[in-house]
Design a protein around this ligand. Sequence first.
Ligand code: PMP
Length: 431
Amino acid sequence: MNISQSQQLFEHAKKVIPGGVNSPVRAFRAVGGNPLFIKSAKGAYLYDEDDNAYLELINSWGPMVLGHAHEIIQKAVADAAQNSLSFGAPTRKEVEMAELIISIVPTLEKVRMVNSGTEATMSAIRLARGYTGRDKMIKFEGCYHGHGDSFLIAAGSGAATMGIPDSPGVTQGIANDTLTAPFNDLEAVERLVTENKQNVAAIIVEPVAGNMGLVLPKTGFLEGLRQICTREGIVLIFDEVMTGFRLAKGGVQERFNVQADLITMGKIIGGGMPVGAYGGRREIMDFVSPAGPVYQAGTLSGNPVAMSAGLAMLHYLNEHPEVYTRLEEIGNKIVAGMQSNMQKLGVNYTINHVGSMFTIFFTDKPVYDFESAKQSDLQLFAKYFQAMLKRGVYLAPSQFESLFVSTALTNDHIDTIIKANYESLEEILVT
Ligand code: PMP
């Protein structure tokens, strides 16, 4: 495979961008080799600067649920761009967007648009603190909620991949206000709540965690969090940046039938444009400025082009329930194929899977929190990543990420992925 253009670009990039990339995991540090510089994408395929084609299992880390360059979203963006790119004033589209999101996502009565998942979670935490008048929050080890200071404690995703779950630059004061518990461990949460009586503003959780690899909530975990929060007057925040509009139209709240007080969203709601949002019960959201005292703002928030992309995506998903049936089918087929491959090869790695998200961990033990996720053989993962890439399948370049399928995958693509998985496992098991 010739990747000389990507190699040259990476050399240039390293001179002018820290580490050569604008988001750390993209640098391929955990898997070795040169990151691929992408020129274009269509449907299920990415094309790099050397014109190699790759079948996609990341989909821009989730947003491209219909595959790349879907015509309805491309058209919405092109049409909106005719009317200028930003006004910094209210628009009809923002009202339409808020009404649409509220009609789809359970428990939302009001929603505020921002520009990224990071902004959504940072704002939601500030709001929870302002609303409760308390300082501390509880997050779970291995969960990632963007790069806001408060969240870079025992953080997953790129922070875990780079070996810096507690980032330098976060002050001790901020770190003291972030309490952490193992995912799926209600007793640990109870202990923290008791030790910090009347001082926990929020519990924030990825209700299905995707940032330590995919880790599912055990039966009763989310319900338990709900009970604790209701009992103690704590704001329960579901970070649905990854899972929103993916695991069901209404996200994890709909799929697992548990309600949060605030929801943070991103990725799919922007259709591939930089968009985030947070929302919840009216009583809490009315604390946000200018309705209330908690300040939060954005020059480009509710940007008309971004809103048009998001609206096109959400209208499509709302009107095409078969998208969700197909996503389930694709996820199930790929995972079943991989499981059958492992059986044939006599290995028993753990695959965590729900709907259109899954992760293979190179351990035969169950993975239910960050500690168990870290038992995966990371060297084997790196070899597997490279073996799949060589066969034209693009995976997330870190063990501590989930894979995401799109509806652009045909049954032929699925067969190609399953075959690549067989050959890659075979290759890494003998080397
Ligand atoms: N929350 C979750 C659950 C995420 O997965 C991510 C990003 N992967 C974020 C927040 C941060 O979103 P962004 O990268 O758009 O700032």
